[in-house]
Design a protein around this ligand. Structure first.
Ligand code: 13P
Length: 251
């Protein structure tokens, strides 16, 4: 009942021409896929050019961040109406790198989620514990804090426009993937958590992605878990071949 969603987060990678080349190759490789939602999230500078490549295809466009205000004196920021204007359908919010290096908090995540929803952008809200937090038994408390903080005040319909991505910080870019059982355990915890505030039906419909060293070799096993509905892919999304293989494993 949940369509798998596989998203490539390019992070701080790819010039415009590199992004166009990657997307052109990807578009050809995934042309026959119609049962997976495929998303690419280039840096802001490549959004318009990548959008032109994917026009009319089965690939959707995402940004990697958004600011909570629509316009004004906020040097360096990009707003939800601007992302809508450039062709984005999704936006990643609260990635652990933004929490770690750029001072993102649950409150700022929540403001950004609401700003995105106001312009019919679908937020991909990232949550995840650090290694030390896992080792000291705080995983569930951290996940609960990130999830409840990020989605505070959302209606059923608004929540269902969101995706929650579980990305354990210790698995991001380290080659250390969570085991399928570890991913499933946290995903099932998140779904249970949602039923405290939302109906079981809403919790069942929400798509939960896993992210953290997802590769063609481990993607099928992760996505075979009952509560893992897709993947948020960093490094392996930077090459069309490896990302297309991950997309295929979602079929
Ligand atoms: P890697 O796939 O490179 O570990 O990155 C995961 C991630 O942070 C996606 O948002």
């Amino acid at each position: 009942m949940r369509t798998p969603i596989i998203a490539g987060n390019w992070k701080l990678n790819k010039t415009i021409s590199e992004g166009v080349a990657l997307t052109t190759a990807l578009k050809a490789s995934v042309a026959d896929v119609n049962d997976v939602e495929i998303i690419v999230a280039p840096p802001f500078t490549a959004l318009a050019a990548v959008n032109a490549v994917i026009a009319g295809s089965n690939i959707r466009l995402s940004a990697q961040d958004v600011y909570s205000e629509d316009s004004g004196a906020f040097t360096g920021e990009v707003s939800a109406p601007m992302l809508k204007d450039v062709g984005c359908e999704y936006v990643i919010i609260g990635h652990s790198e933004r929490r770690q290096y750029f001072g993102e908090t649950n409150d700022s995540v929540n403001e950004k989620v609401k700003a995105a929803l106001a312009y019919e952008l679908k937020p991909i809200i990232c949550v995840g514990e650090q290694l030390e937090e896992r080792e000291t038994g705080q995983t569930e408390a951290i996940i609960e804090d990130h999830v409840t903080g990020g989605i505070a005040g959302l209606s059923d319909a608004e929540l269902l426009s969101c995706v929650i991505a579980y990305e354990p910080v210790w698995a991001i870019g380290t080659g250390k993937t969570a085991t399928p059982a570890q991913a499933q355990e946290v995903h099932s915890f998140i779904r249970g958590l949602l039923t405290k505030t939302y109906s079981a039906d809403v919790a069942l419909q929400l798509c939960l992605q896993y992210g953290g060293s997802v590769k063609p070799e481990n993607a099928s096993e992760l996505m075979a878990q009952p509560d893992v509905d897709g993947a948020l892919v960093g490094g392996a999304s930077l090459e069309a071949e490896s990302f297309a293989k991950i997309v295929a494993s979602g079929q």
